[in-house]
Design a protein around this ligand. Structure first.
Ligand code: ADP
Ligand code: MG
Length: 586
């Protein structure tokens, strides 16, 4: 099989997993709906029997008998209805339980492939939409719809003219539904786009609460939100105008049809073609026949939303690259290298770094320096497998990084990104990468990050709950906990992106000590340094400038020949001092 066909097959299998088992449940539900719909003829039959049999014969026992019969049938219908709604509720929950983790995993992956945070979070809400659809009235209407012919046949059986009238009504109402769909399709898509923009504005404003308050631009931030909100409301109004108008028209049409059935029935009865009981029965049955259409129109928005949500989830699942199958390789112990890699930003497709070659042996540490915007953090992402590399390979002991699966990677890499966010759980779990903490390893990592004493000084120690992004800690404390997380479990490769940006002298020493101890245990460190203190313990230095590794080699050589790595005409005072310090380090 070709590679392409194999990929397609895998993708199809992934999509099939979403709806796995749904067909049989769907058929079962359809069957139950059929019984409910057949039983729904009870009322019509009862009317006919009352008018045409009980009243004509004047027999009380007959009346009692048909009443008891009708009562029994109603009871069965009720029970079936309860069963159906319970099944629907459970199916909704089961569906949610099954796909929510996959979809969540997808939203974790999506930002790496260039989707915005809002788009990623929206996928989670789509699961809610689908669950609500499955357990709500919209799906009930759709399940009833195929059974409409039962009532139409019944009405036809009473009189062909009445049947024709009801079918005519059904056709008109169906056309109305289709027209609604066509008229609102575009608008509904715009509405959901506007809704997602609005929530991303709201989220950004809440996240930047400190900045907004300190610089006093609450009003402008509110205006930004209010513009997004207005746009959403306007779009929603125009879409719901159409839906409501169509809904009202269909309701009036249905009432007119109801009366028309009565009128036509009376006319046919006067002519002697029908009995009085049949008029009532026809009216009841035709109303029942049209109800699912009415319901479908009323719930149209939900149906369309669910359809879009399903389509989007399917599309995203199909678009996500496969996690290849892996042979379990041994944990690397020798080397970490990048062979002529080209790194592209997934969001923009722009080439950020070209032709970067780095080779490090166990026990080495590389310091990366260079002007900001040069591509240091991007290189770190590519080395850590966060961003896929366009060309070239990142290798561990000569095997390409992509040969390791996610679970294995967690023991190989430690990564402290430039902008990290702590999780809303205990300090111990934050350090243990959300797993059940192994106390010994947690403490070892905290000590290596020089944060153990600070943690045990807190009232709850390692069990301290951090809150959203560790809001009850200082920036430096957060950074050191993140450093401990990167060191947890003695990973072979430790990637540190400006680990000392928030740290005091003590913290800087902790970073230096951490680099030293990783090297001593035969690990590899790559550290991006803005301040020279982090370079104390490295033996290799690389300078990244404008997307290229312009200098790379032993620290003693590099720091001698490249005193000022930054291409500038007039260095600012602070930067000149930093450059001088950097020189001093070498
Ligand atoms: N997520 C991203 N999407 C697109 N472009 C990015 C992204 N992150 C960084 N870049 C671009 O890559 C370049 C290098 O950025 P970065 O690697 O953060 O530099 P450094 O860490 O050296 O300051 C910049 O031009 C930046 O605009
Ligand atoms: Mg950076």
């Amino acid at each position: 099989m070709s590679d392409r066909a194999q990929k397609k097959e895998k993708r199809d299998a992934r999509i099939a997993r979403i709806t796995e088992g749904m067909t049989s449940i769907g058929l079962y539900l359809l069957f139950v709906s059929g019984i409910i719909n057949i039983l729904a003829l009870t009322g019509a039959f009862y009317m006919m029997q009352i008018y045409d049999r009980a009243l004509l014969s004047g027999s009380i026992p007959t009346l009692a008998l048909i009443s008891v019969l009708a009562l029994g049938l109603y009871a069965v219908q009720g029970v079936m209805d309860i069963i159906r709604s319970q099944i629907l509720h459970r199916v909704g929950a089961r569906f949610d339980k099954k796909i929510a983790p996959d979809v969540h995993q997808m939203s974790i992956e999506m930002p790496r492939y260039g989707f915005s945070l809002g788009e990623s979070l929206e996928r989670g809400r789509m699961v809610d939409t689908l669950r609500n659809f499955i357990s709500g009235p919209a799906l009930v209407a759709l399940l009833d719809l195929p059974w409409m012919p039962i009532f139409l046949v019944f009405v036809f059986f009473l009189h062909p003219y009445l049947g024709a009238l009801t079918v005519g009504g059904a056709v008109v109402l169906t056309l109305l539904t289709i027209a609604t769909e066509i008229m609102t399709r575009r608008a509904n898509r715009d509405v959901s786009r506007a809704a997602s923009y609005r929530s991303s504005v709201a989220e950004a404003n809440a996240r930047n609460s400190d900045v907004i308050r300190a610089m006093g631009f609450t009003r402008a931030a509110t205006q930004l939100f209010s513009r997004a909100n207005d746009q959403h409301l306007d779009l929603q109004a125009s879409s719901s105008d159409v839906t409501r108008t169509m809904g009202a028209i269909s309701k009036v049409l249905r009432m007119m049809l109801q009366s028309a059935v009565l009128g036509l029935g009376a006319y046919l009865t006067i002519l002697g073609d029908m009995t009085a009981g049949s008029i009532i029965a026809a009216s009841v049955a035709s109303a029942r026949a049209l109800a699912p259409i009415d319901q479908a129109i009323g719930n149209w928005k939900n149906i369309v939303m669910a359809k879009n949500a399903y389509g989007t989830i399917r599309e995203t699942i199909a678009a996500m690259p496969d996690e290849p199958e892996h042979v379990n390789l041994p944990t690397p112990t020798q080397s970490f290298s990048a062979d002529a890699i080209t790194v592209v930003a997934p969001a923009t497709g722009k080439v950020i770094l070209a032709d970067i070659t780095i080779k490090l042996q166990a026990g080495q540490a590389l310091g990366l320096i260079g002007p900001s915007g040069g591509g240091k953090s991007s290189l770190m992402r590519a080395l850590g497998g966060v961003w896929p590399v366009l060309r070239g390979n990142v290798r561990l002991d000569n095997a390409d990084l992509t040969q390791w699966n996610q679970d294995a990677i967690s023991g190989i890499f430690g990564y402290l990104p430039q902008d990290y966010t702590l999780f809303d759980t205990t300090i111990a779990r934050n350090i243990a990468r959300l797993a059940d903490p192994d106390d010994e390893k947690v403490i070892a990592a905290a000590k290596a990050a020089g944060v153990h004493d600070m943690i045990v000084a807190m009232p709850d120690g390692y069990q301290t709950q951090l809150g959203t992004n560790g809001h009850n800690l200082s920036g430096g404390q957060r950074q050191r906990i993140a450093l401990a997380c990167a060191l947890y479990g003695d990973p072979f490769v430790v990637l540190l992106d400006e680990p000392n940006s928030n740290l005091d002298a003590d913290g800087e020493r902790a970073v230096s000590d951490a680099i030293k101890s990783v090297r001593e245990r035969g690990g590899i460190v790559i550290v991006i340094a803005h301040r020279p203190s982090a370079l104390e313990q490295v033996d290799m230095v690389g300078i990244i400038q404008d997307g290229a590794l312009v200098k790379y080699g032993p620290k003693s050589e590099i720091m001698k020949v490249a005193p000022t790595p930054v291409k500038r005409t007039q260095p600012a005072a602070g930067e000149a001092a930093a450059a001088a310090q950097e020189r001093a380090v070498s």
